[in-house]
Each structure stands twice: as C-alpha cells, then as structure tokens.
Write a protein that binds this ligand. Sequence first.
Ligand code: ZN
Length: 703
Amino acid sequence: MNKAQAKSRIEKLRKEVDHHRYLYHVLDKPEISDTAYDSLFEELLALERQFPEFFSPTSPTQRIGGEPLKAFKKVRHAHKQWSFDDVFDFEELKAWEERAKKMIEKSNVFGGRKPKAGSLSDYCCELKIDGLKIILSYKKGKFAQGATRGDGVIGEDVTQNLKTIQSIPLELKDNIDATVVGECWLSKKELERINKGREQKGEPLFANTRNAAAGSIRQLDPRIAASRRLDSFIYDIDNIGGLASTMEAKPPQTPRTQTEELELLKKLGFKVNPHYKHCKSIEEVQKYYEEWTSKRDKEDYEIDGIVVKINSKEIQEMLGYTGKAPRWGIAYKFPAVQVTTIVEDIKVQVGRTGALTPVAHLKPVKVAGSTVSRATLHNEDEVKRLDVRIGDTVIIRKAGDVIPEIVSVLKNLRNGNEKIFHMPDICPICGGPVKRQLAGNKETAAHYCLNTKCFAVEKEQIIHFVSRKGLDIVGFGEKIVEKLMDEGLISNNADIFELKKGNLEPLERFAEKSAQNLVDAIERSKKVAFEKFLYALGIRFVGEETAVLIANSLKKINGGKVRTLKDVIDIFPKISKDDWMSIKGIGEKSAESLVQWFDDRNNIKLLERMRELGVVLEFPEKEEGAKSHKLSGKTFVLTGELSGFTRDEAKDMIRKRGGSVSSSVSKNTDYVVVGENPGLKYEKAVKLGVKIIDENTFRELLK
Ligand code: ZN
C-alpha cells in the first residue's frame, strides 16, 4: 500500500468507525456486531502506526490514551454558565410563569405583535439529568476543548477525559464553530459494576452516579475515565457559527425555539435525551412533571427533576437573567428522597410483642414532600451496625410508601459531644426486667420487656388521652394507636404532638389525605380546656367530674394563679392532700392520687414536653362570673334523652355556668333533668325527693 492509498484508506476507516460509533452510542441502533467494529478499529490503529504522518487528533483511535496530566488547565468560559433557580411545587411554578408574563406585559416589547415563534405559554420540558455539566467547543466542526462548569465563569479543561465518552462526537456533521452545553452522566448499571470492582479492591464506594461521574471526569489519568463508561446528553447551544451547507439535511439557520435547538443538536451528531416535550400550557408542564415523578426510576440514569424553558428564543432573550439565574427557565425538582438531619435523641419504645425498639428522634426535616421526625432503628444490632449516636448528622431516606430510615451517619461531622446509645436494662415504660432474645423470625435478636401487660397499659393510657372526652382527636382510634406504638412512633401522650405527616403516610392505614387529616386534628387538639386535659391524663380517681370540680375551684388553689400549663407544672406538685380535699366533692382517694401523680418527675417531664410542643390550656372564664350565675355550685344529674342537645353539650352548659354534673343521684343532688325514656335515676330522685325538672325548665335555668 502506497502513501496515497494508505491516506485514503485511513480516512475511509475513520469515517466508517465513527459512523458505527454514532449508530451504537448516540442512536442506540447498531448495524454491525461488536467484533466487526473491533476489526475495523484494529485495522485503522495499525495503519495509523505505520503511517504516523497522517495523525489526526479527532481520529476515533485518539479517544483513549494520552499521558496523565499534572493538573487541569483553567478555562475561562466564553459565555457565563448559569444554573437555573429551583421550584418544588405547582404553586411555585405558576408564580414563576406569572412573573415572566408580567415582565413581558410591562416591557411591551411585542406591542401587539406576536413573537416570531412560540407563544408566551409554550414550554420545552426536558429531564434534569443528575450528572456533571460539561461545555464542549468545536472549531470548524472538530472537537477542540471540553470543560467543566466550575463556578460558572472558570472551569477546568477536561478535554482528554471527555474524548473517552463515545457519545460525544469528535467531529460534527457540519464544519462549523460551536459551543454546546450538556450533561455527562454514568448509568446506574455502570455504577454498580464500578462499585463491585472497588469493593473487591477494598476501595471506598461511590455514593451515587453523580459522584462517580464527577470523580471520573476529574481524573488526571484519562485511562481511568476511559475505563468507566460515561455517557452524555447535550441540550444547549451557547454559540454557533454560520451553518455551512455540508450537512445532508439542511438545518434551520438559527433555532428560533428550544425544541428546534434540540433538533439541530441531533442533526449535528450529538446525543440528545429523547424524552423532551413541547408543552402548550403550564398545566401540561405539570402533567409532564407528575408523569416523570412516578417514572423517574425506570431510566438507567438518575433524574432529579425537570427543566422548564420558555420555548421561544426571542422571549428568552427579552426576559434575560436576574444576575443569579435565567428568568426564562426553571428547574422543577422532584421531591427529595434522601436528606440529612440531626439525631436529637434515641428513645426506646415498647411494641405489642414486648419488643424494645430504639427510635431516632430527628430534627424535623422535609423529605419526599413531607416532614419526618422519627426513624426506627429496629434493634440494638442495627444501632451498632450504623454506629449512630445521639447528636450525629445522618442521611435519611423516605421513598413514597416506605417508612423513613437512616441510611448512614456522616461521621466526619462529629464534634466529640455525640453520645453512644445503650439499650436499657429495665423497661422504660413499666420498669420491669428486659431480656435479649431471638425475634419471632429467629433471624434477628431484640430486647424484650418480660411484663406481658406492659404494652396494653400504655396503649390504654394513650387511647384514653385522645378519646372524645379527653383531647377528642378525631380519627385517632384504638387500631391507629396500636399501629403507631408498634411502629415505635409513639409511646406516651406527649409523643402524639410530634407526629408528622411524613411519619404517618407510609403506614398501612394512611392514605396521604387521612395522614393530613390526623395531623390537622392533632394540631387543633393542642388548644384544650383545662378540665378535659386533666381528665385525659388518666390520673386514677380523677374522672370527668373531679376534673370539672378542680377547674371550677382553681381560685381556691393558690389564689387563682393557675392560668397556663406552665402554672400547672409549677404549682400542682406543691398542692398537699389536704388542699386538694378542701375542694368540695374531692375525696381522699382522688386527693392522694393527685399528689402521687404530680410528685412523679416523669409525669412532669411529660407535661413539660407537651408545653414545648405547643399544648395550650384554656381555663374557665372568670370564676366570679360563674359564681354569680344561679346554677353556680348546683349539682345536676341527667337521665333520659334530651331533644335539644346531646348529653355532653348539656354537661358543658351546666359547667360553664359554675354547676357540676354527677353520674348518680344522692341527697346532695340539686336537680335531676329528665328527658325521654328516663332510667333508674329518675326513680331514685323521686324516692329521695330531689327536684325533678324537664328539658324546658332546664332551658329556662340555663338562661
Ligand atoms: Zn415494660
């Protein structure tokens, strides 16, 4: 083969190899087998070695190789590399559209005429690939330089490494000057393959595809980048010289819209993500977003949102930039599934089987669209495996219908004040003995409280607390209390006020709506009448009536100073048994029980936590007013059905007027109110000669 023949053969081979590279890596439609491709490549390589005078930097053989660099050269970008502002929901997206529209109206640039292409409501939506931004420059159609974004003004020259990416053309299909922008990414499969290799070599694993892509592109030795199958999507033209006529299909001179720009990029030989969509309204954009929020995991590359651009280039230009970001585009992020937060405490919960479950109490954090404050740590072994300590910064994950969990601990952020957690020797609820044993599945071991009644007692307490006569939290039934206790989300009354929507959603019984409803109901219940709250605490011998008696006699207790939950916390523990008994209607048993309850530090701590979590007590209106009412100090008994109000409403009205309601008739009863179908109480009242009144008379009395 003479020189001329060799030159011609080399040129033909280069074209052919590049063509098949394009079919395989850009279009994903190979026409020849890998082995056929390899033999073409080998022939080219051999000829180039034999005739080094025909060397070309854009030959397919020049993708791999090159000597390791000492350092990356800095590159000043010809165009500032912006990044888009973020929005996270439809409201924010609409607000962005609104701002853009207002600005255009105000400027009146189109003054009645229409923009050349597209309208104000035309958008181009593209997937936001979670990779590394790259800027590629071509001179006369040949790949000249590739750079990272850096700080947007100055990046690093990573040409050698970018050349190893097979989907990046070394020569365009037109001999033009161009600067284009795109994303370099690594597939999930490839990450798995790389991590497997690293694991075998005992090297640290890459946390995600973005880290792996960035790590590979910023390698000084291009052979490392070449060994990782990086890929690319190009989505923007920063600058383009006059389009020559060498292209087979003549492209539009200058793209007038983003969609035309993407078409042009494809024609030039770039790999463009195929899932972009031209949307004709903001609602259509929302639909695209929702569609991809659920489909995001199906692609082999990571997507962290969509990018919405106003399609018309003319409008884009008019809107310009804020100094921070373009006004004509926005990144619409998917709800995060992994975020970091702080472990404020680790507490132990007792489940139905008696198993003690350590639960991380987190600084509340928004993840996957809702707030989360708890994450189960399952058992002691899991705490040890994660090496999670109180005070640690952790990564938590919540994906749709999965219970939030701690993925890992960021140990580098420790300051030495973190506390190691130990499982308790005694049950934190009942104080009974605890034993480590195999769980039901025989595979894991856990600590168990040996007191079989432990869970049941605690459960009853909570059910009582939230019941209608207590805090009256709508939708908080027994089954839900059980479930939440089992999941380690609550183990006492105060825990209820820390529940977050994100903690509830993953549980079986909660669709998103009912999780929201329950959270709302809990929020409402934080403002509660003192007597209801006192009753809800479940103090022995302190029933509804006793609680009301105490509420109406607060003046007697410490001169009426009790007006807030803080007062209750400060003053109640100091009240003696005799003081309690000085309230008319409170007997020895109730008084003793009250003293005991408020003497227990754990109970006071519980009240303090409730106060911190926003529980506010409402006290009876001025007691003087109540006293002056004719019902003040009178005792009522209700029997039979009233037509105008429910039993509870009637009780409330009596109490508000300073009266009290008793469940049984005695000589001390002032009135027995008799409705339809009265019971034995009526007969007893007749026997004792207590005043009996009907509903109408009762109404009169209430006035
Ligand atoms: Zn126990």
